[in-house]
Design a protein around this ligand. Structure first.
Ligand code: AHM
Ligand code: MG
Length: 340
């Protein structure tokens, strides 16, 4: 064996060597996230078998307590992260407020925002779903209660972001600002093994991912973009192809590896549609950090996602994310700088 296998744990430790004053808290935190990912992956994989999809409550055929998978995933994240001593706050898409940490355990300087199981409409039909996470360092003094200043930091303050995709295999992809690395869970060893080092997204791609059923609710700029993408004779002579799973992590992951763009723009379907559908803190910011580290970009059509100053935990944002040149094209259409 010329090279020893690179597990996620070894990778985090090696990256930590660049920070001689590191306390190990961050390494522990990522280890806790990996543990939650394994628990969730295990349950996602036996979802049909154990009849744990569907409503929470009751027992399955084996007499085990049933839990909806998204409830389970949220609990798995909370319980895995709560006691490691690295965090001073946790924020979940599934909880309205900041999740309190028990006084019985030590706390640390990090804050973790997460969407425990994104793409929940796909749970019951065996389509890839994912967990997304984002880590910040607190800005107020340690030992004090956390404030909005700590939990509502802009995306450019993230120290780490990642996602886990529960697909044909389970993968964890993360960045700490020094490139993007993907690890595949080896079910035999129970370890995440480095399978995708230094992921780079092509500067332009062929794939565009949008929910075309919302066409009539979009602003004219977005409609013009899709009309343009349907033309066979475009000036860039690329044959575009549409791929939309409706599971953000899966759509994003495919486009990250193959090149392309995912757009969930603002719409006038409802009052809140103006802000799009996806959440700034749990979905847009972490994926924006990853895509930028891979050479792509992310915007709300006008502003870089990571420059947006959050005003509330569950704030929504329109999202244009993927290959750099493709994001630029969509921005030009959305800003009505071009119409064809
Ligand atoms: P969720 O957090 O309730 O699962 O919703 C987010 C999901 C994303 O995974 C996906 O990109 C989007 O909703 C799909 O929305 P739509 O069905 O409107 O196209
Ligand atoms: Mg979500």
């Amino acid at each position: 064996m010329s090279e020893f296998v690179m597990t996620l744990q070894r990778h985090i430790l090696e990256q930590g060597r660049n920070y001689p004053t590191a306390t190990g808290a961050f390494t522990r935190l990522l280890g806790d996230i990996a543990l939650a990912a394994k628990l969730i992956s295990h349950n996602v994989n036996k979802a049909g078998l154990l009849d744990i999809v569907g409503g929470a409550g009751g027992e399955n055929v084996f007499g085990e307590a049933q839990q909806k998978l998204d409830v389970y995933a949220n609990q798995a994240m909370i319980k895995s992260l709560a006691f490691g001593g690295s965090l001073c706050a946790m924020v979940s898409e599934e909880n309205e407020d900041v999740i309190p940490l028990s006084d019985d355990y030590p706390t640390g300087k990090y804050i973790c925002h997460f969407d425990p199981l994104d793409g929940s409409s796909n749970i019951d039909v065996n389509v890839s779903i994912g967990t997304i996470f984002s880590i910040y360092r607190r800005v107020t003094p340690e030992g004090q209660p956390v404030t909005d200043e700590d939990v509502l930091q802009p995306g450019y303050c993230q120290v780490c972001a990642g996602y886990v995709i529960y697909g044909s295999s389970t993968m964890l992809v993360y960045t700490t600002g020094a490139g993007v690395y993907g690890f595949t869970l080896d079910p035999d060893f129970g370890s995440f093994i480095l399978s995708h080092p230094k992921i780079r997204i092509p500067t332009k791609g062929r794939i565009y991912s949008v929910n075309i059923a919302n066409f009539n609710f979009w602003e004219s700029g977005m409609q013009n973009y899709v009309r343009w993408s349907l033309q066979s004779e475009r000036s860039d002579s690329r044959n575009l192809t549409n791929r939309y799973i409706g599971s953000l992590v899966a759509d994003f992951h495919r486009n990250l590896l193959k090149g392309g763009i995912f757009v969930y723009p603002s719409d006038n379907k409802s009052e809140s549609g103006r802000d799009g559908k996806l959440r700034l803190m749990y979905e847009a910011n972490p994926l924006a950090f990853i895509v930028e580290q891979a050479g792509g970009s992310a915007s709300d059509g006008h502003t870089r996602i990571m420059d947006k100053k959050p005003t509330s935990l569950h704030q929504r944002t329109p999202l244009v994310i993927g290959s750099k040149e493709d994001v630029q094209i969509v921005e030009e259409f959305i800003q009505n700088k071009r119409t064809s």
